[in-house]
Write a protein that binds this ligand. Structure first.
Ligand code: ADP
Length: 328
């Protein structure tokens, strides 16, 4: 695998995955696992920067691994890692933190958003998050990072850290690029903003059954656009059309677009069709996930073996970095 392009991506251990995670990140991972040298991680060290319950964190980590496996990540093609099992992530993050200015971290939109969301939980780890994320990818000299478009500012930090390190200590790291998928930005079901685990009512989970999908879509607003003319580019109706194009393809999109133009559109019919389309895609994922869930030893083995193999690679980078930085 040595000469293949290196790929890294991580998902926070904050519970089960939703359609945004799936379309923006996991689909990219699946597309890359065949031809690239891939490491995919559940980043539990990032999950502890916002309020969490230590009694359920391990299960949340496992839930993400199960969603990965259900969605089609194949341990024969890629390495699956649990971040906290590879402490070199933290070690590299510390080294990199010594070359990156605090002011730039304070300016990042994700930091500001999280600060506003949890004003009583503004900890050093939260500010440090993008440095740890840079370390996550650079630890494996990752070149391609399949993540949603919301992560672009963090990718920018990563490249800046890599450039700065290379400039100060000699060429060591590549400058990672984002690998974009068609669903790089999945909107919230509630209207404004992206689909996110932290916004109730905004998401559909990969493990939702048809009734739950229907119920969640039923709550999505549709009154913001008046039918006739072009499909709106903002608001609840626009979001439904985005989901329709992602799950129903061009043909389905065009059918409802035509209905919209001719003022014939019935949103209940559109939501019903969309629910079916989403469920059709999720059903095989759920069945595969269940198979892994019923075989906990197999999953333990996948986590253990993947993380051990990652650790070996991580240690090589740490040796190189320490040498270059003049550390013992
Ligand atoms: P969340 O924001 O739901 O807590 P994470 O921050 O753990 O999810 O993100 C995991 C991955 O999923 C990242 O690559 C992120 O870019 C992607 N992602 C999250 N939400 C969306 C979305 N609504 N659309 C596209 N990609 C998304």
């Amino acid at each position: 695998m040595a000469d293949k392009k290196k790929v890294y991506s991580g998902v926070r251990a904050t519970g089960r995955l939703h359609l945004g995670n799936y379309l923006g990140a996991v689909k990219g991972m699946i597309a890359l696992q065949d031809g690239y040298d891939c490491i995919f991680s559940v980043v539990d060290l990032h999950a502890i920067t916002t309020p969490y319950d230590p009694r359920t964190l391990k299960q949340s980590t496992r839930d993400v691994i199960l969603d990965f496996l259900g969605a089609g990540l194949d341990p024969a093609k890629c390495l699956l890692e649990v971040q906290s099992k590879v402490p070199e992530h933290m070690e590299l993050a510390y080294y990199l933190s010594t070359i990156f200015p605090v002011s730039k971290l304070e300016d990042l939109p994700t930091y500001k958003d999280k600060k506003a969301l949890h004003p009583k939980y503004v900890n050093l780890g939260l500010l440090y998050y993008p440095v740890l994320m840079a370390a996550d990818v650079l630890l494996y000299k990752g070149e391609l990072v399949p993540v949603g478009i919301d992560q672009e500012p963090h990718l920018e930090v990563m490249r800046e850290v890599a450039r700065k390190f290379n400039g100060m200590f000699g060429k060591t790291f590549p400058e990672p690029q984002r690998f974009a998928t068609e669903g790089e930005y999945v909107p919230s079901l509630m209207g404004p903003g992206k689909m996110s685990k932290s916004v109730t009512g905004s998401y559909i989970l990969l493990t939702d059954d048809l009734d739950t999908i229907r119920r969640r879509l039923a709550g999505a607003p549709t009154d913001s656009g008046k039918a006739g003319g072009d499909v709106p580019t903002e608001g609840g109706v626009a979001n439904l059309f985005v989901l329709m194009s992602l799950f129903g393809g061009r043909q389905m999109y065009q059918k409802f677009e035509q209905d919209y133009k001719e003022k014939k559109i019935r949103y209940s019919e559109m939501k019903d069709t969309l629910s079916e389309l989403i469920y059709q895609e999720l059903k095989p994922i759920q069945e595969k996930r269940k198979g892994f869930e019923e075989n906990p030893e197999l999953v333990d083995g996948i986590i253990q073996e993947g993380s051990e193999a990652c650790r070996k690679r991580a240690q090589e980078t740490i040796r190189e970095v320490k040498e270059k930085m003049g550390l013992y």
